[in-house]
Ligand binder design. Structure first.
Ligand code: COA
Length: 184
C-alpha cells in the first residue's frame, strides 16, 4: 500500500499531432498538472498521410513542452495499450472536443481496456476555445495563406509557413510536388 502511493503516477497522451495545436497543448498542460509524469506519444496513424515527418512532429512537441519539466515526448510504435504498459503508465489521456468524438473514443478506450486492463483512459474536456480545432483544419487554413497564430504555438506556425512557402525558382525541380498542391 505504502509502495503504491509512492509510485509516480505516469500517463500517456497519444496522437498523431500533425501538427500540434494549442488545443493539444491545453490538454498536455492540464494533464501534466494531474499526473506526476506525462508521456506525449507521437504515433503513426496508418489512415493518415502526414504533412510533417514523425521526427518533425516530435521536435515541434518537444519545443512546445520545454516549459513542462514532467513531460516527455516519445515516438509511439505499435499498439498504444502495449506502449502504455511498457512505460508503466496508469492512464491514457484523451481530449474530448464534442459529442461526435464520443463513439470513436468509447470504442478505443474499450479496446485498450481489453488489451491492458490496468491502464485506465482518462478524458479531459477540450477548452471551448479549441473545441472546433483539428490538425487538418489548421493545415488547410495555413495552406491557403490564412492566419493560424491563434490556433497553434509560435514554433508550429513558423514550420507551417516554411512548409507552405512557395518554392523559389532555384528550389523547384521538374516534377517536384509542392505540399501546397499535394494531399493533406
Ligand atoms: N485540440 C485540437 N485538436 C484536437 C484535439 C484537441 N484537444 N484533440 C484531438 N484533436 C484533433 C487531432 O489533431 C486530429 O486531427 P486530424 O484528424 O485532422 O489529424 C483529430 O482531432 C483526431 O485526433 P485523434 O483521435 O487523437 O487522432 P490521432 O490520429 O491524432 O491519434 C491515435 C490516433 C494515434 C491515438 C490512435 O490511432 C492510436 O492509438 N494508434 C496506435 C495504434 C493502436 O493502438 N491502435 C488501436 C487503438 S484501440
Amino acid at each position: 500500500m505504502a509502495d503504491a502511493s509512492k509510485r509516480a503516477r505516469r500517463a500517456v497522451y497519444p496522437g498523431s499531432f500533425d501538427p500540434p495545436t494549442l488545443g493539444h497543448l491545453d490538454v498536455i498542460e492540464r494533464a501534466a498538472r494531474l499526473f506526476d509524469e506525462l508521456i506525449v506519444a507521437v504515433a503513426v496513424n496508418a489512415d493518415k498521410k502526414p504533412l510533417f515527418s514523425l521526427q518533425e512532429r516530435v521536435e515541434m512537441l518537444r519545443e512546445c513542452c520545454a516549459h513542462l519539466p514532467n513531460v516527455r515526448v516519445i515516438q509511439l510504435e505499435g499498439l498504444l495499450a502495449r506502449f502504455a504498459q511498457q512505460m508503466g503508465a496508469c492512464a491514457i489521456v484523451r481530449g474530448l472536443r464534442a459529442v461526435s468524438d464520443f463513439e470513436y473514443e468509447f470504442q478505443m478506450a474499450s479496446m485498450n481496456r481489453q488489451l491492458a486492463p490496468e491502464v485506465d483512459t482518462c478524458f479531459l474536456m477540450t477548452h471551448q476555445h479549441y473545441a472546433f480545432l483539428s490538425s487538418s483544419i489548421v493545415k488547410e487554413v495555413a495552406r491557403l495563406g490564412g492566419d493560424v497564430s491563434a490556433l497553434v504555438p509560435a514554433n508550429v506556425e513558423k514550420r507551417l509557413r516554411q512548409k507552405f512557402a512557395p518554392p523559389s525558382a532555384g528550389e523547384r525541380t521538374e516534377g517536384e510536388n509542392h505540399p501546397s498542391t499535394g494531399d493533406m
